[in-house]
Design a protein around this ligand. Sequence first.
Ligand code: TXA
Ligand code: MG
Length: 323
Amino acid sequence: MTELARAVALLRAGELVAFPTETVYGLGADASNPQAIAKIFAAKGRPADHPLIVHLPDASHLERWAVDIPDTARKLAAAFWPGPLTLILKRHPSVSDAITGGQDTVGLRVPNHPLALQLLCEFGGANGGGLAAPSANRFGHVSPTTAAHVREEFGDAVAMILDGGPCDVGIESTILDLSGSELRILRPGMIDAADIGAVLGRAPEFGGTQNAPRVSGSLEAHYAPRTPLQLVAAEALAETARQALDTGRRVAVLANQPLAFSHDKLVWRSASADPAQFAHDLYARLRELDGIGCDLLLVAAPSAEEAWRAVADRLRRAAAGSK
Ligand code: TXA
Ligand code: MG
């Protein structure tokens, strides 16, 4: 049996299979099997009212999962799927409450990764099936961008981990709510407001619907490494690091440039000046720096420019999660 056939067989049997996507690794289960979905919540330690994204092989199965699908959804699917965009639509009545957290909407996306697409086609191409898949990390922790990260998170608690190499994008998909009269980005990602605006002729707003508290990625403390993380303006990094080192702490610094001094308890890792590359590297860097056992992780605060919004969002939450 091929790896892929084994993965499909496990999913059909109600087991969990982690798989790569272009954003982060997902922890997949048959979206029409509530017992399989319950295993996701148990493995992640995630509150049951947090909804899951359903991953589909292509946009032709949208009607199986959503109703009242607006034209905007079809335009965006045509422009960006497969790709890092999740659309929130009115749920089809057959979609389980276990997926939607009891809400009247459902999140759908077609991921752009060859292995994920093969898996989704084998699993659901013929029958319209989909895979519910949150990021394959314990609740509140940093998302995994390699198969090894998933193993670190779950060990043997997951039946199988498909290894598709490091994720291209590195941070989670943009979540766009199309279920109401306004367009709203609930979670910023690499497909940004301008990209969406260019397709639809009107740009979305950010945040704040009645759904927002149910978006776990919208909790203030999220995506957090274990080491306390502090965002510091680039000009103040050296001084902040020095003060922490003076109190005997081991300090890691993630910044574009190394500090002008060295110290045996100071570790520097380079961060890209390009937002897409920064996003690509971010979670792997946080895990690596977590692994070397520091007392404090200082990260140079990103620019306030729109291109940095998604990264700034993840960093702000990681810092909030450290307090
Ligand atoms: O890039 C991604 O989106 C990754 C990969 C694996 O596809 N998945 C991911 O899933 O990040 P998760 O569960 O870690 O984050 C999905 C977010 C959650 O914050 C969830 O609350 C929100 O999507 N969400 C899902 N369905 C929703 C809905 N119907 N309404 C509002 N938010 C929803
Ligand atoms: Mg997540």
